[in-house]
Design a protein around this ligand. Structure first.
Ligand code: CO
Length: 130
């Protein structure tokens, strides 16, 4: 198992970037936003993994609802896989509930899919194809 990144929901993206770079020495790699998904994100390198800071552009989005309900905090962990189709088939065969029926292109520009937190001990978990 390799952790690709940890996703953290934040209310203030600039403040969160400053915290992670100043306090922990993470390196800001790039920022991206997707108007359709209502999401702004920043990707920071933290050793062999990344931190993905997620900030909603609107309240009626998955991360917007997450923030309203739970406040800022850990949103998901992402596991790197070589073959996402196989990883999804294996997860399905194991009885896990997938949120995404098919892989989609994530903010990293690679194929991703989410597993429902109720199938992973309460942790929203993402496959990232690398
Ligand atoms: Co992610």
């Amino acid at each position: 198992m390799r952790i690709h990144h940890v996703g953290v929901a934040v209310a203030d993206l600039d403040a969160a970037i400053q915290l992670y770079t100043d306090l922990f020495g993470a390196e800001l790699m790039h920022r991206a936003s997707n108007e359709a998904d209502g999401l702004a994100a920043a990707f920071l390198r933290a050793g062999g993994a990344e931190v993905e800071l997620l900030s909603p552009l609107r309240e009626d989005t998955p991360v917007g609802k997450f923030l309203a309900k739970r406040g800022p905090g850990l949103h998901h962990i992402a596991v790197a896989v070589h073959d996402i189709d196989k990883a999804m088939a294996d997860a399905r065969a194991a009885g896990l509930e997938l949120i995404d029926a098919e892989p989609r292109i994530g903010l990293h520009g690679t194929r991703i899919a989410f597993i429902h937190p109720k199938s992973v001990g309460g942790v929203l978990t993402e496959f990232v194809e690398t």
